[in-house]
Design a protein around this ligand. Sequence first.
Ligand code: AMP
Length: 111
Amino acid sequence: MTIFTKIINREIPADIVYEDDLCLAFRDVSPQAPTHVLLIPKRPVESLDGFTDEDSSLAGHLLLTVPKVAAQLGLENGYRTVINTGTEGGQTVFHLHIHILAGRSLTWPPG
Ligand code: AMP
């Protein structure tokens, strides 16, 4: 079990900004931008690599939820979404999450 499952189960606190039957969004504890939110499926999928063809509905739901969360947070000037996958992809928590970053001009390419 990862720390994100504990957040879903309310075993540890988090600043939750959105929740529905399938997913949860909460503020990153170590924000890399003025707004930094993580959107996660409630089901503990390890990473994008853990998705199968059966998960098209969940995967679509997560993507469709991003702009809803962004609108709720007032990110009308834009935002960046990031999904780190695996160790070289920068993933540190092995429960799939979409980073939503906003509130400053984000540079490209990423580090
Ligand atoms: P990644 O490196 O893509 O796996 O991202 C994991 C993210 O989870 C990092 O940005 C961490 O700051 C964040 N994080 C770790 N623990 C917590 C927590 N308890 N509450 C909120 N965010 C967390």
